[in-house]
Design a protein around this ligand. Structure first.
Ligand SMILES: O=C([O-])CC(=O)C(=O)O
Length: 170
């Protein structure tokens, strides 16, 4: 019996149907770790390798419904987010985080009122040497994400668009 998934407010499938080639689908099998499976918002971008200093710094600021998109180069060596950062994200009003990399403390992440999609888990923490770039153009598995692009995520996947479609009447 398939697990039950709530109907998303904004479904990635509807966005794809409405926008055709104007929407990009991240070609990544993300897993869900956060308390919310569907989320959407404007992207804030980070590029970093095995150092989550910038991720923490951003999640410590007001999220205002935005989505943090982290290009961690797909590293499975360390976790870019754990329980403390998930609490920060939820407290500060981030809609979610899409992490091309790993997370840890998955038993804590699922309790937080925030979306968290990542490749998988790794119990080892990152270095904290303040490396990485924020608000830059990133490419996740070959798909470019610009700061301010819309991210829509649900159980079907993660899509990127310049603007949201009007889905009235669907
Ligand atoms: O601090 C880290 O590197 C990640 C972590 O464990 C947390 O967010 O709780």
């Amino acid at each position: 019996m398939p697990r039950k998934i709530a109907t998303p407010k904004l479904a990635t499938a509807d966005v794809c149907d409405a926008m055709g080639k104007a929407v990009k689908v991240l070609p990544v099998k993300f897993q869900d770790f956060g308390g919310n499976i569907d989320f959407a918002g404007p992207a804030v971008t980070v590029r970093t390798l095995d150092d989550n200093s910038k991720v923490k710094a951003l999640l410590a600021t007001k999220g205002e419904g935005r989505v943090l998109v982290v290009d961690g180069d797909g590293s499975e060596r360390t976790a870019l987010m754990g329980g403390n950062l998930a609490v920060l994200a939820a407290q500060n009003g981030w809609a979610g985080a899409v992490i091309y990399g790993c997370v840890r403390d998955s038993h804590e992440l699922c309790r937080e009122d925030v979306g968290i999609k990542a490749l998988g888990t790794c119990p080892r923490k990152t270095e904290k040497l303040d490396r990485g770039e924020i608000d830059c153009e990133i490419a996740i598995a070959g798909v470019t994400v610009h700061p301010g692009n819309w991210i829509v995520a649900d159980a079907d996947g993660v899509v990127v668009t310049k603007e949201l479609p009007s889905l009235d009447g669907q």
